[in-house]
Each structure stands twice: as structure tokens, then as C-alpha cells.
Design a protein. Structure first.
Length: 163
């Protein structure tokens, strides 16, 4: 039986292919993803790059899309840590009380972690479908480094959901 989840996948727009690979990885385990994040086609990306879309409009759209998701997944590549929008999305997810899970992209060795993922993240896993699914399902998966070895999180505060 297939399982399906509503996610917001935060990522650097140059890593857009990784979003497709991520959904395929989980689909191989009969785990469907409904992704509400923005995946800009070249025409829209050009408008974003030229700042033809007001920042407040984009923020409002991202918040609306994030509210729909149960979990926010942050795909971590070599430049993700330096992306202003990724850090903003993580902070918004925390404000909305979303579960926030970092996932090192396939081959993402030695990738740095976004600052707000260190502050607000619930777990950090490698490119392993079982670990990713456990993290999305709310299980305590801990934190790993980019090579998959356990590491201590910077912010070791446990968040709990209100009943």
C-alpha cells in the first residue's frame, strides 16, 4: 500500500533536479510526495532574478504553500547553506510549528548546514530512503554529518506537538 505525504521541499533553485531525484527515491519505496514548494521554470526564474516579483509577494506565496505541508524537508547541497531564501523558509517553518528535516543530497559530501537548520531542525539524515521516511514520519532519527556518521546537533532542544 502506498503512503503519500504533503511536504514543502526547501532547496537552492540550482538543485532543482535533486527535488525530482528525491521524489523518485521515495517513490521507489511506494512513498508518494506532494510537494508544495516553488520550482521555478526558466521564465519565472528569470523574473525572480531580475526582481520583477516583489519580495513580499513571494514571501506570502511561500508561507501559503508551507502551511499546506506537514513537514519541511531541506535538501542540502554544496551551496544551500548560503542561500538567503532557504534560511528564510526554515525560519518560517519553525514559526508555523512544522517538522523540519535536513537531507544531504546524493553525493553531498562536505556540504555545510544552513544556519537556521542548526537552530530549528528536528533531524538531519543522508540520502537513505528508510531514514528519510522515518524522519518525515516524526521518528527521532538524530543528526548525521554528510558522510552519514552521527553528530551532535547544535541546538539540542526537543519540540513537541500540542495535543
Amino acid at each position: 500500500m502506498s503512503t503519500s505525504k504533503n511536504l514543502f521541499i526547501s532547496h537552492h533553485h540550482k538543485d532543482d533536479t535533486a527535488v525530482t531525484n528525491f521524489t523518485k527515491l521515495l517513490a521507489g519505496k511506494e512513498y508518494g510526495i506532494r510537494n508544495s514548494s516553488i520550482r521555478a521554470n526558466p521564465k519565472n526564474q528569470d523574473k525572480l532574478d531580475k526582481k520583477q516579483i516583489p519580495e513580499q509577494t513571494l514571501k506570502r506565496l511561500l508561507r501559503m504553500k508551507m502551511r499546506w505541508a506537514g513537514t519541511v524537508v531541506v535538501l542540502i547541497g554544496s551551496q544551500t547553506h548560503s542561500r538567503k531564501w532557504v534560511n528564510w523558509e526554515i525560519e518560517q517553518a519553525a514559526k508555523l510549528g512544522k517538522r523540519i528535516v535536513g537531507v544531504f543530497m546524493h553525493g553531498g559530501k562536505d556540504s555545510d548546514i544552513p544556519e537556521n537548520l542548526e537552530k530549528f531542525g528536528d533531524g538531519l539524515v543522508g540520502w537513505n530512503s528508510e531514514k528519510i521516511i522515518d524522519a518525515i514520519e516524526g521518528k527521532d532519527v538524530g543528526w548525521c554529518n554528510s558522510s552519514g556518521q552521527p553528530r551532535t546537533p547544535v541546538n539540542n532542544v526537543k519540540r513537541i506537538a500540542c495535543q
